[in-house]
Design a protein around this ligand. Sequence first.
Ligand code: F0G
Length: 459
Amino acid sequence: MSTYLPEPFRIKMVEPLKMTTREERLQYIKEAKYNLFGLKSDGVYIDMLTDSGTNAMSDAQWSRMMLADESYAGARSYHRLIEVCSDIFAYDYFQPVHQGRAAEKIVYPLLLKKGQVSISNMHFDTTRGHVGLAGARPVDCVVAEARDTENFYPFKGNMDTVRLEALIEEYGVAQVGVIVMTITNNSAGGQPVSMANLKEVYAIAQKHKIPLVIDAARFAENAFFIKEREEGYGDKSIKEIVREMFSYGDAFTMSAKKDAIINMGGLIGIKNSAEFYEQVKGLTVPYEGFVSYGGLSGRDLEAMAQGLLEGIDEDFLAYYLGQSRYLGELLQKAGVPFQYPTGGHAIFLDAARILPHIPYYEFPGQSLAVALYTEGGVRGCDIGSYMLDPDPETGEQPQSEMEFTRLCIPRRVYTKSHLEYVAKVIVEVYKKSEEFGGYRIVKAPKVLRHFTAELEPVK
Ligand code: F0G
């Protein structure tokens, strides 16, 4: 039987959605040049493009915003945020910034020199971008189990530690500027990283004196998965697990738009290096603003402090991760392939298996995303070859290891019946999948093209 844990909240404010017809959606997607990012959100019924900044805040968050202190320097709201962060993460220094990539823009140039590499279980696109902007090269090193979408493995987000050691040997210790642990591992399907893996990777990093940075966008979900799946953690609180997770890192960057359940915000955390904190402050002031607001208003800092506390609440996490699991159960019953087990923030449909007649260079993940929109007004996005920019030298289209269509679940936004509707749309599309064809790119920028590229159907 499918399980759905009832919401640990009730609804106090609603946002009406516009219903559209299939004919209207066919017109809208054509006008958007078959790019889901080009759609007006009014033409979308269920928006699963991202879980980032699309969360619903609580009454406590909204009320704290009214109490916020907007002082330029030394605001009460800043001190409250630092207090909450110290309690949750047990690090020594924290710097708020306006979002995750702002944290990356500050941290990576401080750690990476030109020609070095950054090794990660998997870099998120913006992390990959900032490693590149620092003149270094991102190298992904996820466990092989992540590529097998069919079979259960509890921690598909893990770093392949045997390969990590081999890579350090191959590049030479001096060439490895940083090791990055992305928790949960977004690009592998929102898959968790085990405590044992975090510990082992940190031991390797320390042995070679390589700094380890945690990309903490979905740290609370990762902690919940550890509690559920890893031996010895079932009786620990989420906060205890979070503290242990972060003890296996030297610093973190965080997009707070995910697990801190807010609409905008980011954080940098530093374990015990006063020197590194000084360097971080030195870049924050010119890029983001004075250290006590870091590109955010006082009300954003209050919302983040409160959201961090709500984001590690076990009842919330059980309900939220139960939503993706429930959607997965509905799809499994209908035989639709997806990255199994379901990750935290999203369901990753296996587009390569759903649309086997579309080659990677005609973008199966993108085709499936367009079909889900036109058939049911559900907006997701490609996480596959379409997302990979062509080789700058040869212009060749790289082939992604996995062709996914990602459908994210914004926190506290959609109900059980919304998810059942989404499952129905997916199953309908799956049943007539041979009707959908591939796409070609007609116009695109050179970097991060998937956001703004224009496409057309391949006849
Ligand atoms: N790291 C991870 C793992 C992310 O998923 C994201 C954003 C970032 C860093 C960058 O944070 O957007 O606040 O600048 N992920 C969003 C997504 C955009 O849709 O997965 P940001």
